[in-house]
Write a protein that binds this ligand. Structure first.
Ligand SMILES: Cc1cc2nc3c(=O)[nH]c(=O)nc-3n(C[C@H](O)[C@H](O)[C@H](O)COP(=O)(O)OP(=O)(O)OC[C@H]3O[C@@H](n4cnc5c(N)ncnc54)[C@H](O)[C@@H]3O)c2cc1C
Length: 402
């Protein structure tokens, strides 16, 4: 059996390794259009490769995928985060977990992952052809005819692991096989706020803020970082991922409401605030950082609502107290534009999942054709979830089950 794997990225390598392991008598060839293999693995996670996430319950894991989570539940039953850890550790790559759950090789070097995948393909006798873009695929009755840059090959099974494409035209060759595509839009970006003074606080971060997008149901919580351009950090990145399509429709111009106190509601905040005024009536407002915000942010918010920081707590007055509480819980900022988050950029969109059997990754439109990785309409938030999806779908596709 001749198995052609299209794409030499994380999903392609994992699919090829799984293909050869499950079908040792077959000939497996990876065709890569560029002259580089595993290029994204190399630059991933700031050069450290965030291989997966320490989330070992599948029902929890699927919640990190704005697109494809529901469908991945089936796939994770075959190969999940636990299997990724075992797979790499079984080949001498020890992983470590950071405080936020992200898992990296203990070497802190993505080359470790590349070396492991390269040596595994070599050991199994998988062939790799670089600078061999697949231009078209035709289905014959028995097999597939693949047109490459300078030759035509015949394969019995084809695994497409060609990654995402920022342009719909990038999927045209797959549409010709009868597949439809969810149009690609960027995911995982930070918010630009060219006209907001909050940027002067660049470098300030809040451990747990809650952010919502006005006029939508989109809301996330988590660490928030103020940058040169606007806002970033996990809360913002998650919001960009969950809102990828809506935000594109808004042309990246919208208003966000930040609750600097995370999940705290007005009643709770008011009770704490009034108690503080009662206990320390003569304390200077600037020294009464009741909610333990970074002091630069505390002073910024006071000035935003026009409260003099040198005044004392009991002199604040009900009106100012209400304005401050409202700003702490419901602080509005105008977003105008986005910046790609270079640490972990993914596209939302790709081959529609209802056209793929998620327990085999086989196409429902074209038997013998399989999909793996970001070419599918699956994407996760930051934290190692995108590679996990590549390992899972690659592993399953390589089994070539029907
Ligand atoms: C800078 C950056 C950092 C990231 N960091 C992380 C991280 O730390 N953790 C995480 O989980 N995710 C991370 N991601 C996302 C992750 O890299 C991707 O989700 C993952 O690489 C997808 O793997 P893939 O094999 O599906 O696609 P890709 O890695 O994109 O590989 C697809 C391959 O197919 C080739 N190809 C395309 N078309 C053809 C064709 N017609 N013929 C032949 N070959 C073709 C491409 O050249 C490419 O090599 C990061 C992404 C970026 C850009």
């Amino acid at each position: 059996m001749e198995i052609a794997v299209i794409g030499g990225g994380a999903a392609g390598f994992f699919a090829a390794i799984s293909g050869k392991t499950h079908h040792p008598d077959s000939r497996v060839v990876i065709y890569e259009k560029s002259d580089k293999l595993l290029a994204k693995v190399k630059v991933s996670g700031g050069g450290r490769c965030n291989v997966t996430h320490a989330c070992f319950t599948n029902s929890q894991l699927v919640k990190y995928y704005p697109r494809g989570g529901k469908e991945l539940k089936k796939a994770f039953a075959y190969f999940s985060t636990n299997d990724t850890v075992k797979w790499f550790e079984g080949r001498g790559v020890k992983l470590k977990t950071e405080e936020d759950g992200r898992m990296f090789p203990i070497t802190n070097d993505s080359q470790t992952i590349i070396n492991c995948l390269m040596s595994e393909t070599k050991k199994l006798g998988i062939s790799i052809e670089k600078v061999q873009p697949i231009i078209s695929i035709e289905r014959d009755t028995q097999n597939f005819k693949l047109t490459l840059r300078d030759k035509v090959i015949i394969a019995d099974k084809v695994i497409i692991a060609s990654g995402g494409s920022p342009k719909p035209e990038g999927f045209a060759w797959l549409e010709r096989l009868g597949h439809s595509v969810e149009s690609p839009v960027p995911s995982l970006f930070t918010f630009n706020m060219p006209n907001e003074a909050v940027k002067t606080l660049m470098g300030v971060s809040v451990e747990n803020a809650s952010v919502r997008i006005s006029g939508t149901k989109l809301k996330t919580e988590g660490p928030l970082l103020i940058t040169h351009w606007g806002m970033s950090g996990p809360a913002i990145l998650k919001l960009s991922a969950w809102g990828a399509r809506v935000l594109k429709d808004l042309n990246y111009k919208f208003t966000i409401q930040v609750n600097w106190l995370g999940e705290m509601n007005e009643d709770e905040a008011r009770t704490i605030f009034e108690e503080e005024v009662r206990i320390h009536p003569k304390k200077k407002i600037s020294n009464s950082n009741i909610f333990k915000l970074p002091s630069r942010l505390h002073l910024f918010l006071l000035s935003k609502v026009g409260i003099h920081p040198e005044n004392i707590m009991e002199g604040m007055g009900k009106k100012n107290q209400n304005r401050l509480l409202n700003t702490l819980l419901n602080d509005e900022y105008k977003v105008e534009g986005k910046t790609t988050f270079k640490e972990e950029f993914v596209t939302c969109g790709g081959i529609k999942l209802n056209e793929v059997s998620m327990d085999s990754m086989e196409s429902k439109k074209c038997p013998g054709l399989y999909f793996a990785g970001e070419v599918l309409d699956i994407d996760g938030v930051t934290g190692g979830f995108n590679f996990q999806s590549a390992w899972t779908t690659g592993f399953i596709a390589g089994k070539l089950s029907q």
